[in-house]
Design a binder for this molecule. Sequence first.
Ligand code: ADP
Ligand code: MG
Length: 142
Amino acid sequence: MRNSRAIHTSSAEETYLLGKELGARLPLKTVVTLEGDLGAGKTTLIRGLVEGAQKQEVRAVCSPTFSLLNLYAGPPDIYHFDLYRLPRLEEFLAAGFAEYLDCSGICCIEWPEKIKPLLPSTTVEIFLSYAGEEQRAITIYA
Ligand code: ADP
Ligand code: MG
């Protein structure tokens, strides 16, 4: 059975800290998906997650706007996808990205909707939504 956890954050800092806490506890070989509108805080949470998992200050974690993938070399290696501009699942496969879903590190995916059929059943799913200017409602299913 999947556990769910609902959190409310009141600033970007709180969302970052939530990511950091999560990153420090994530087992290797985990896929984490983040769904929510632009500006919901997906990248902010991933920045925390990377720092929590790699236990060091991160050099610029930002949405991979012009590529679909950023790699933060670890350990653990963290693959950060932003699939907003992915046309279809077929392009994901053609780029050879599917292997990263089964990598030895951690794989974080913004806008995972288009590749849902490829995601493992163990995927940690995070949903973020606006609940006010600096308020975000965040639910984590693991
Ligand atoms: P996304 O990746 O979902 O598009 P970002 O993390 O890039 O979102 O941006 C979130 C924006 O919202 C940032 O400008 C951040 O400062 C702001 N923000 C305000 N309140 C929050 C909050 N509670 N959690 C996360 N971001 C917040
Ligand atoms: Mg983003």
